[in-house]
Design a protein around this ligand. Structure first.
Ligand code: DQA
Length: 162
């Protein structure tokens, strides 16, 4: 499967705040892909945990994974017209290459947190540079799938300040 969308059917009556979680290339293989680096949790289990975390406070959490740069750019652009309030993104390998995806996030001006399962600073030198970190609200890396939960907690605090 090259693309995975887990989004409930749009409900015109649904005025819940929305958070979009974007996953870049090869993250559809989580669980089987280099588990000693990325852990054993699948993308599906990460998504379910985040969806439940959002549901508990009345926030709709949607996830989208693509191996294609253009599709990720398109998804960021649609997020603006859909009223998405916050984005959590693991751009995966595009972290280190994609000016196009960075420009899309800058263009829509939706605040975002960058997440990496592995500690990109303790690996090959080409992973140390991110095209996203300087325009992100924050960056979480090296905490495995827990990083997504922490990012979501931070995003929830920012869209639902109480
Ligand atoms: C990653 C780190 C990237 O360098 C790599 O290309 C990935 C995953 C991470 O979550 O640790 O695909 O973003």
């Amino acid at each position: 499967m090259s693309k995975q969308t887990r989004t409930k059917k749009p409900d015109p009556q649904n005025s819940k705040p929305r958070i979009l979680v974007l996953h870049g290339p090869n993250l559809n293989l989580l669980g089987a892909r280099e588990p000693e680096i990325y852990g054993r949790n699948t993308l599906e289990s990460i998504h379910r945990a985040m969806e439940a975390q959002g549901r508990a406070v009345g926030v709709q959490v949607e996830s989208y994974q693509s191996n294609s740069e253009g599709e990720l750019v398109d998804r960021v652009q649609s997020a603006a017209s859909e009223g998405v309030q916050f984005i959590i993104i693991n751009p995966a390998a595009y972290t280190h290459t994609s000016i196009a995806l960075r420009d899309a996030l800058a263009a829509v001006a939706i605040p975002f947190i960058e997440v990496h399962l592995s500690n990109i600073h303790s690996r090959e030198s080409f992973r140390k540079h991110s095209y996203f970190s300087d325009i992100a609200v924050g960056v979480i890396c090296g905490l495995g799938s827990e990083g997504y939960e922490l990012a979501l907690a931070a995003a929830l605090a920012r869209i639902n300040p109480t």
